[in-house]
Design a protein around this ligand. Structure first.
Ligand code: ADP
Length: 319
């Protein structure tokens, strides 16, 4: 393979830049030309392509966001869009592409691979909701950001004897909620993966009050939503003044943690290695701390388990 491209697609995540750097440098070191495709699959449809050299990816390993921009691209879901993208690749001599994104982006990567442009996916999403891998780039940074924010909320909740209901990201997965909750000593963690009733939450708070607890942290996964209502019900039932905070997109930004930079570097490298061996339609990830790769279709069919034991532990030690 003489020339490869790299793009970021779907929601952004800290560490995407570190993948772009790894892909660019690994590609060049293996004798290939590397180009960046901007704004996800839109860049392939519009021909928005930039040459990348070893220096164009200097000084980005530590930056959040993505220097290639990211976007969603409805046109890419249709044959016409895919053919336009394929044509852009042919015109620019792009034989393979590293796609950094989530499941949706991988579906697009499979579609393009089936049309002769080999793609390899690198999991980049703060939600950690990709089944074939234990870890997705951006997850650790997002959890650390959420943890810092909850710690700050806790200071003020403690000063005022309040209950702080904090909604963290994770539309389809409660992993950020579970880990942030346990790391911040939340009284209750509410996620879709674990059945709960408002009575359970309220009873836990009342039990805490009986042992002298004056302030409370309730972590809610985005997929549950309803944080304002949850806060209202807690206040009505317990008499503890309760405030809801939705952390939102702050969790998507910031300088990536060590873990995100290391995984970004190694997964980016392995993705290029596959392409340089003429292998596409794969997605790379981590299992038992080892790099693995799967056929994209196979990867999309896999399911991921939730750590129910960790949830139980969090529940048992927070009262
Ligand atoms: P993520 O990659 O984070 O899951 P999305 O689900 O929004 O984000 O997908 C990102 C982009 O991937 C979409 O805007 C579209 O361009 C492409 N995509 C998603 N699903 C498909 C599909 N079924 N076929 C082709 N392309 C898709």
């Amino acid at each position: 393979m003489k020339k490869i491209g790299v793009l970021t697609s779907g929601g952004d995540a800290p560490g995407m830049n570190a993948v772009i750097r790894a892909v660019t440098r690994a590609g060049i070191s293996k004798g290939m030309d590397v180009v960046g495709i901007r704004r996800g699959y839109n860049g392939l449809i519009n021909g928005d392509i930039v040459e990348l050299n070893v220096r164009s990816v200097s000084d980005i390993i530590q930056r959040g966001g993505t220097m290639l921009y990211t976007a969603r691209c409805a046109e890419f879901r249709y044959e016409e869009g895919l053919q336009k993208a394929k044509q852009t690749c042919i015109e620019n001599g792009i034989e393979g592409i590293v796609v950094i994104g989530g499941d949706g982006s991988f579906r697009g990567a499979a579609d393009l691979s089936a049309r002769g442009i080999l793609c390899v996916g690198v999991p980049g999403t703060i939600d950690n909701d990709i089944s074939m891998t234990e870890y997705t780039i951006g997850y650790d940074t997002a959890m650390n950001t959420a943890m810092e924010m909850v710690d700050k909320l806790r200071d003020t909740a403690q000063s005022h004897d309040r209950c702080s209901v904090v909604e963290v990201m994770g539309r389809n997965a409660g992993y950020i909620a579970l880990n942030t909750g346990i790391a911040c000593g939340a009284t209750y963690i509410i996620t879709k993966e674990e059945p709960y009733t408002m009575n359970d939450v309220i009873n836990k708070i009342i039990a805490g009050q009986k042992t002298g607890k004056h302030h409370f942290i309730i972590v809610v996964a985005e997929g549950i939503g309803n944080s304002e209502q949850i806060a209202k019900e807690i206040e009505q039932a317990t008499g503890v003044e309760s405030r809801a905070t939705i952390l939102g997109h702050v969790q998507r930004g910031g300088s990536p943690t060590v873990r995100d930079r290391v995984e970004a570097s190694q997964l980016g490298y392995y993705a290029v290695e596959l392409l340089s061996n003429g292998i596409g339609n794969r997605v790379v990830g981590l299992q038992n701390n080892k790099v693995v790769d799967y056929d994209i279709q196979e990867a999309l069919k896999m399911t991921k388990s939730f750590d129910h034991k960790l949830y139980e532990i969090a529940n048992e030690i927070s009262f």
